[in-house]
Design a protein around this ligand. Structure first.
Ligand SMILES: [Zn+2]
Length: 358
């Protein structure tokens, strides 16, 4: 078994290169849309090769566009042409034999002055802990280049083999404020991560400093302090997610389950921690960090429906309200209340669709 994840890399093309990418990515989707509408009109897949497609793209990219068009057509045919998608967002794709990279550049054939030439484009491949380059040692898939909020982004899909192939072992992770994270494995190994009290203390200190600077109208200092606070919190999330994944690895866990956060916002009433809404973003970031680091280790991350995960008895599934530090059920089950969430998350219904939205 294996899984595919996408590595995002910021590109820094020259002005000239950016203009070429812009025009190539528009040509790319226009080519696909044209081919798809031809196929839909004829109700059969195209026999065209790159020689028959007269657009200004390298032939490898044309072939990629033809393949993409064929798969769009195949899907449209399957639902009886009820829904023929039209690509709108400019993008250009090279298959894995057509690009290469080093520490500073990604190179791919582009059309310069009417001629195809393999051109290195500056890219931010070296990051803080060399994660990107480490990721790119895996089996590489296609390179997509697209523009997001005026920035050029390269997306490379990579395939990572899953570690455990025979046995699934699940670990539930409950994210919270009092305790930043609690993990419980299927064989009842428990671990607490982070220090909620220390985090609150630190944030209060940041807050009072900000207030003081506010009185003195030090606007730039306030902004710098905010950045500093953000960096500090992000660093905490990196540390917590790293220890969670290390704990999972140590216990040979193959699936980590986390609550789906988008739902917390939608179903505030059934949500157990209302104050969580205010913290949706930080929980989102932490779960993204966990997913990212877990995937690198071949551990899958699944998101579950958070309803009643802190109320249900993990043994008999009865709902109980906890007042005490201890969770007690009529069936005789007793455990520290902070563990109940993670225990239930292990077996809560998994939500389809891999990724969650912020
Ligand atoms: Zn019970």
């Amino acid at each position: 078994m294996a899984q595919t994840i996408t590595v995002k890399i910021k590109l820094l093309p020259s002005k000239e290169q950016a203009a070429i990418l812009q025009s190539m990515s528009q040509t790319y989707i226009r080519t696909i849309n044209t081919l798809v509408s031809e196929m839909v009109a004829e109700k059969k897949s195209t026999k065209k090769s790159s020689k028959d497609v007269h657009v200004s793209l390298p032939s490898a990219v044309k072939n990629q566009a033809i393949n993409d068009a064929k798969s769009v057509f195949k899907k449209a045919k399957k639902n009886k042409y009820k829904n023929v998608p039209e690509l709108k967002k400019p993008v250009c794709i090279w298959n894995n034999q057509n690009y290469s990279f080093n520490h500073t550049h990604i190179s791919m054939p582009i059309v310069v002055n009417g001629k195809v030439s393999k051109t290195p484009i500056r890219a931010l491949l070296v990051d803080k802990d060399n994660r990107t380059l480490e990721l790119l040692t895996h089996k590489l898939g296609a390179l997509r280049i697209t523009k997001k909020a005026n920035k050029w982004i390269a997306q490379i899909s990579i395939t990572i083999p899953t570690v455990q192939e025979t046995e699934t072992k699940v670990m539930g992770v409950d994210l919270g404020l009092k305790v930043p994270a609690v993990a419980v494995t299927e064989d009842e190994k428990v671990c607490f991560f982070g220090n909620g009290r220390k985090n609150r203390y630190k944030r209060r200190k940041f807050q009072s400093k900000r207030r003081e600077l506010g009185k003195r109208k030090k606007l730039i200092a306030i902004r710098n302090l905010k950045d500093k606070e953000q960096r500090w919190m992000q660093d905490q999330d990196h540390k917590v997610s790293r220890s969670i994944v290390n704990f999972a690895k140590k216990n040979k866990v193959s699936v980590i389950r986390i609550e789906q956060l988008a739902n917390i916002r939608q179903t505030t009433r059934t949500s157990r921690k209302n104050e969580k809404n205010l913290h949706t973003w930080s929980f989102y970031r932490l779960s993204q960090f966990i997913e990212y680091k877990a995937n690198l280790e071949g551990i899958k991350v699944e998101y579950v429906n958070p309803a009643y995960t802190s109320q249900r008895c993990p043994k008999c599934f009865e709902k109980n309200k906890t007042q005490d530090r201890k969770y007690k059920c009529k069936c005789g089950f007793k455990r520290h209340r902070d563990l109940i969430g993670a225990m239930n998350i292990r077996y809560a219904p998994v939500i389809d669709g891999k990724s969650q939205s912020a």
